[in-house]
Design a protein around this ligand. Structure first.
Ligand SMILES: Nc1nc2c(ncn2[C@@H]2O[C@H](COP(=O)(O)OP(=O)(O)O)[C@@H](O)[C@H]2O)c(=O)[nH]1
Ligand SMILES: [Mg+2]
Length: 290
């Protein structure tokens, strides 16, 4: 059973709605990576309502918690809509190794292609041959161009070529992959900064979106990564992957509450259609299902 289901169970156990129950819920929220600040907000609201005797039964209390959880995420529930005036729109995808960047790029390309956008991919992860291959496979599958160079080549130059090509072909969207890196690996961060600079040479407003991909399994570390990438490169949106696993993405509450960054998409599988725009209400609903 998942952590959030335990929380639901706490409400509907035989226990009274009292301070002891609230403490158990608080502990559960913390172990589910919701973070101290968001947990405090949730518990404070519940406590207040209990004191005012606004919650008559477990149903009301559980609903109240869910509503408050939704309200934390709703502030960050901003879909990534491509403005028709920006062409090509440039998405730079960053994150640590294995987070799901390249997979997410395939899914995003598919998502926007279905919306009628003409997309080009840039194999900016020149560090690993497999990453270039992986992106080419997506490109073939979706019948869209992939700009790539040999493994080990300069990733800023790949991304530069890609944006030039996307512009020349008058495409709607370019999505650039980058090498996985730890926020602590400064040479790699310098490389990302270089990518930003070369993009700006072609279009001073690019990249229009810097998407940080986070694996749901990162738990509390997700927030640390957001802050460090934010500081080093600037992040404009979050994608959380692997929500099909046992990790339910409680860290999104901490990220929402403490960074204010839009949560753009969630990924829940390895298939191309396993991605959808983030929806706060639906997300909270699903946390307690099953
Ligand atoms: N179950 C599951 N696996 C995923 C998801 N997203 C990516 N993966 C897998 O995670 C692994 C790493 O993904 P990849 O895109 O190569 O990560 P990258 O290093 O950040 O580019 C691969 O085996 C993917 O198939 C997801 O949403 N759910
Ligand atoms: Mg990759």
């Amino acid at each position: 059973m998942f952590k959030f289901q335990f929380i639901k169970k706490l409400f509907f156990g035989k226990k009274a709605l009292d301070g002891a129950l609230l403490e158990e819920i608080e502990t559960m929220l913390l172990t589910a990576d919701v973070g101290v600040s968001a947990t405090q907000q949730l518990i404070a609201t519940l406590t207040q309502k209990l004191v005012r005797k606004e919650l008559n039964d477990a149903d009301a209390a559980f609903k109240s918690l869910q509503d408050e959880m939704k309200s934390i995420l709703q502030a960050n529930d901003t879909p990534l809509v491509l403005p028709p005036t920006v062409k090509p729109f440039v998405i730079l995808v960053i994150g640590v190794n294995g987070a799901g960047k390249t997979t997410t790029i395939g899914k995003l390309a598919y998502y926007y292609q279905k919306l009628g956008k003409r997309v080009l991919l840039a194999a900016g992860d020149t560090f690993r041959a497999a990453a270039i291959e992986q992106l080419k496979v997506w490109g073939e599958k979706l019948n869209m161009p992939v700009i790539a160079q040999a493994q080990g080549s300069d990733s800023a130059s790949v991304v530069f070529d890609a944006l030039s090509a996307a512009k020349a072909r008058d495409l709607d969207l370019m999505i650039a992959d980058t090498a996985g890196r730890l926020h602590t690996q400064s040479p790699l961060l310098v490389e990302l900064q270089k990518i930003r600079r070369v993009l700006a040479k072609i279009d001073p407003t690019a990249p229009h979106e810097v998407l940080l991909v986070l694996d749901a399994v990162f738990g509390q570390n997700a927030l640390v990564q957001v802050k460090q990438f934010q500081e080093a490169i600037g992040v404009t949106g979050i994608v959380m992957t692997k929500l099909d696993g046992t990790a339910k993405g409680g860290s999104l509450f901490a990220i929402a509450k403490q960074t204010g960054l839009p949560i753009r998409f969630i990924g829940f599988g390895e298939k191309i259609e396993d991605l959808e725009p983030f929806n706060a209400d639906q997300f909270v609903q699903r946390l307690f299902e099953g």
